[in-house]
Design a protein around this ligand. Structure first.
Ligand SMILES: NC(=O)c1ccc[n+]([C@@H]2O[C@H](COP(=O)([O-])OP(=O)(O)OC[C@H]3O[C@@H](n4cnc5c(N)ncnc54)[C@H](OP(=O)(O)O)[C@@H]3O)[C@@H](O)[C@H]2O)c1
Length: 356
């Protein structure tokens, strides 16, 4: 097949740049347009991107004129684009994404604006690929020829990916998670260095609510035209720490059935899902890497596992106070598996399911 023309909305930002990196030599998708705020529109990309990647801005994109984030402008400039990846701030996404869906674009979004809407799929391809069927509900209800498909918040993805084999194999009654989240999770202008250096900030706005609600939607069951949330107790405590990339989470799980740390390690290690069966281009070979060392995972060493698309679990041990309790530590790249890579994998899954 010819490559599908794509645009990146919010291409100048932290996640937007990760999209560029992942899509640059993609076998199915080809970057045809970049959009950003009105302040950046009309200017060459390299003049307005706050470039943070260690590679240079790709030569073919340096002088590309940034478009306004508007479906009409995109149609006029690049009529071949049918898929857009959204790295827009949530309040901007709320307005813009439905306009793109209405204009016939498939929107794969990182923003939180529509994640919890009943007819919008919130998908991790290894966990709930069947939820893509909500696209049909959404199209019927909203009259869109396009669609919005979302991926979860970065912290939620890392957690739920590690949790899925435990849910399937032993059942999960409730869990507690405490996070150590990277600075890049707040975007380029998110946190001043004066706030972060030599510090931990024990509050991230709306993060705990996102982890607690999104987890239940993703692990929920699609029944008819909506998702019945999983009945698992989830309690999250979220912290920002002085790490550039990579969220680390300590997880305490009460299982339905007793399992030893060795059994938990084994089911995590052999876990695969639909992206691996379909051999999607961005899918990691193993979504979960289990490390035996006493002092892993660590963000600096583990966030780039399989190009940042796998999460790394370690320190699996018995929890002494929970019934059938297990505790472990998990690390994942917040900008790749937790953001741009998650959207790209969703888009690949949509191609495989012939939604694109
Ligand atoms: N960072 C993470 O780890 C992470 C993880 C998962 C999800 N997300 C989500 O991904 C989205 C992007 O996050 P980020 O960290 O990349 O943010 P960011 O670095 O602040 O980038 C924001 C992008 O949105 C554009 N933008 C701002 N105002 C706009 C407007 N009025 N109209 C059109 N475009 C506008 C900016 O363009 P200008 O350069 O022109 O201002 C920039 O390209 C957010 O919804 C965030 O919650 C982030």
């Amino acid at each position: 097949m010819g490559r599908i023309g794509v645009a990146i909305l919010g291409a100048t930002g932290t996640v937007g740049q990760e999209f560029i990196k992942l899509l640059l030599n993609h076998p199915w998708f080809e970057i045809r347009a970049l959009t950003a705020s009105p302040a950046s529109a009309g200017k060459p990309y390299h003049k307005v991107a706050r470039w943070h990647l260690e590679m240079d801005i790709p030569e073919e994109l340096r002088d590309m004129t940034v478009l306004p984030t508007d479906p009409q402008a995109l149609k006029e400039e690049e009529p071949e684009v049918s898929l857009v990846f959204s790295a827009l701030p949530s309040e901007i996404a709320k307005e813009a994404e439905p306009k793109f869906a209405e204009a016939g674009y498939v929107v794969c979004s990182n923003a939180s604006a529509y994640r919890m809407h009943e007819d919008i799929p919130l998908v991790i391809p290894e966990v709930n690929p069947d939820h893509l069927k909500l696209i049909e509900v959404q199209r019927k209800k909203r009259g869109w020829s396009g669609a919005i498909v979302t991926n979860p918040n970065c912290t939620t993805i890392v957690l739920v990916l590690s949790l899925k084999p435990l849910v399937d194999e032993f059942g999960v009654r409730r869990l507690f998670v405490s996070t150590m989240q990277a600075i890049s999770g707040a975007g380029y202008e998110g946190l001043p260095s004066m706030a972060m250096i030599d510090n931990v900030i024990p509050f991230i706005e709306r993060e705990e609510e996102k982890v607690e609600t999104e987890t239940l939607k993703i692990l929920g069951k699609l029944v008819g035209e909506s998702v019945v949330p999983a009945s698992i107790g989830v309690s999250a405590s979220c912290n920002r720490v002085h790490v550039l990339h990579g969220h680390t989470e300590t997880v305490f799980v009460e299982l339905e059935k007793e399992a030893s740390p060795e059994e938990v390690a084994e089911v995590m290690d052999r876990f695969t899902g639909e992206p691996q069966r379909l051999e999607l281009p961005t899918a990691p070979k193993k979504p979960i890497h289990v490390r035996p060392e006493a002092n892993r995972p660590q963000p600096r060493f583990d966030r780039d596992a399989e190009g940042g698309m796998a999460v790394v679990v370690g320190r699996i041990r018995k929890d002494p106070i929970l019934e059938n309790g297990i505790k472990y530590v998990v690390t994942g790249h917040n900008l790749i598996r937790g953001a741009a890579g998650a959207s790209v994998l969703n888009a690949e899954l949509m191609v495989a399911h012939e939604y694109l």
